[in-house]
Design a protein around this ligand. Structure first.
Ligand code: FA5
Length: 326
């Protein structure tokens, strides 16, 4: 019995010193096999147990079970610890962190915001919301474009019902504002508009417009021209080349278009003119008393010139390689 006790102590000491030193899972497995494997040192002692006389078996059994439990518990604890260390080593803390990519504003949003800022600087009040689904009355009729008038052909329209459509321009907002307010007024309203236009290099079927309206007494065409020149120079720089071309819109008289010189050609960016007396009549303003100008800018075309983009479709394809450039 004393022999057995001494043997147990020896194994225990040996096991303890080994388990303290062990640094990896393979070595730990070797220790497990050595002590409690099928032919392990502790396992072999149990075989000796069988040969002992019955009166010693009880005490010896207790001794051996205790040793076996100790060994098993220590191995399990060590295994946990080594596995945890291995997991931690899989993280290289010296690597730089992964940056979360933040989105940013779309180039057309940037242009619309810039237009708003310029307009604000010129004393316009900005209206950010207006309906994109519009009544025929506001989009056409009140703007001096009666039903069946050939001027309707200027806007290839997406009708929803006979009387309801996707607005073809931001000009209906002129009517909505004038119906609600009394002059003088100076407002600017960007928004999306829709046309059955081909989706080509310079046309989109859904695009932006931004419109200005100024009503007061004795407003002159010279003021309109000066305002638009300022707009263009603010946008493209003081050396930007622009030209006024006579044009026709049913709701302005006289009317003009402005084109900017870009990449060897003139690109039309806006329509404008003096508010037509018929429009004043439609909203109940006295055309003998009030005067005013209106203009409608095309932010898509402006973005093309400003950013040197030769195809409007790039703004709508949502290719991240393109959008990341801005
Ligand atoms: C108009 O829509 C008038 N409402 C502008 C106006 C307002 C005139 C106030 C007088 C007074 P127009 O159809 O020309 O006009 O369009 C104005 C601008 O929108 C154009 O100069 C152009 O820059 C832009 N635009 C027109 N069609 C498209 C399109 N399919 N894709 C992108 N931009 C377009």
């Amino acid at each position: 019995m004393d022999d057995l006790r001494a043997k147990v102590e020896e194994i225990r000491r040996e096991f303890k010193s080994l388990i303290e030193e062990v640094g990896d899972l393979d070595a730990l497995e070797r220790i497990r096999i050595r002590f409690i494997g099928k032919k392990g040192e502790v396992t072999e002692l149990f075989k000796v147990l069988r040969t002992l006389p019955p009166e010693m078996k009880r005490e010896a059994g207790k001794l051996l079970n205790q040793l076996k439990n100790e060994v098993e518990t220590s191995i399990a604890r060590k295994k946990d610890e080594l596995e945890r260390l291995a997991r931690r080593a899989a993280y290289d803390l010296s690597l730089p962190g992964r940056r979360h990519r933040l989105g940013h504003k779309h180039p057309l949003t940037l242009i619309v915001e810039e237009l708003n800022e310029i307009a604000k600087g010129l004393g316009f009040e900005i209206l950010t919301e207006s309906p994109e689904i519009e009544w025929d009355y506001y989009n056409f009729e009140a703007l001096n474009i009666p039903a069946h008038h050939p001027a309707r052909d200027m806007w290839s329209t997406l009708f929803i019902t006979d009387k309801m459509l996707l607005r073809t321009h931001t000009s209906p907002v002129q009517i909505r504002v004038m119906e609600k307010r009394t002059p003088p007024l100076k407002v600017f309203f960007p928004g999306r508009v829709y046309r059955l236009d081909p989706f080509d290099q310079t046309h989109a079927p859904a695009f932006y417009q931004a419109e200005g309206l100024y009503i007061n007494r004795n407003v002159s065409f010279a003021e309109l021209k000066g305002t638009l020149e300022l707009f263009v120079k603010e946008l493209f720089g003081p050396s930007a080349k622009l030209k006024f071309v006579p044009s026709y819109f049913p709701f302005t008289e006289p009317s003009a278009e402005v084109a900017v010189y870009y990449n060897g050609e003139w690109l039309e960016i806006l329509g404008c003119g003096m508010v037509h007396p018929k429009v004043f009549e439609a909203v109940g303003y006295d055309p003998e008393f009030w005067t005013g100008y209106a203009f409608g800018l095309g932010p898509d075309r402006i973005a093309m010139i400003k950013y040197g983009i030769d195809d409007i479709r790039l703004f709508y394809e949502n290719d991240l390689r393109f959008l990341k450039e801005f």
